[in-house]
Ligand binder design. Sequence first.
Ligand code: LIP
Length: 262
Amino acid sequence: MNQEDKYLFLDTAISAAKSASTIINESYNRSVKTYKALTDLVTQTDIDSEKKIIELISSKFPNHSFLAEESGKKLNSSNYTWIIDPLDGTTNFVHGYPCYGVSIALMHKNEPIIGVVVELPLNNIYFATNSSPAYCNDDIIHVSKNKELINSLLVTGFGYEHGEKWDFNMKLFKKFTDLTQGVRRSGAAAIDICHASSGKVDGYWEFDIKPWDVAAGALIAKQAGAKITNLKGGKFSIFDNEVLVSNDFIHLDMINIINNFS
Ligand code: LIP
């Protein structure tokens, strides 16, 4: 795969994300179409956004594979797989709470090579390739330089199943709130990771997260200088359903608190 191919993939991802963002921004239908669980909502806009993204990408790359939140897996012959969250932060979107977005990643042989996240309704476009800096619109972005947990602002999220991990994370939320300048819960993982990538927060962690919530953001964060691991400090994989992203300075402190707290 040469640079030219990679930039064609990036251009295609950015224009697909922009088209999906237009559908979301112009959508008046915020009503819930189906429930995947009690609070796991799907709107017609999720479905229309995903359809548009897959249509635009497969018209350029008909033999590429897809893993998308609403329509699941579409496996084809190539080593390229697009990982799509057509509307991250659906609950926020339904209520008109201004934090949701579109997330598109491309994996080549299981290695992330392209990541694009559009933050809505602000229309900020975060993007990177695995050989470029990370950008927010026209600006190169970097993680924060804050070295102390006590001076940090963190963000986390809670999955839809209110089980053991959910309970544990509620306690962690309080623990980290006691040890930092505060913890936010925005409700959109892809946006949370982009905020960590651009230094708006110093760290983000979450249990029970899906591959499409983090695939694009994780590459953008890596190219912005972030440290990304699983919650034990081990190698991160989008298929592990857990993630810890930080500016690296506070990473070990966060791992010690997460793993030595009961
Ligand atoms: C959401 C994530 C969020 C998480 C929610 C949900 P969705 O994704 O972005 O971080 O806390 O439980 O998974 O369902 O809006 O695409």
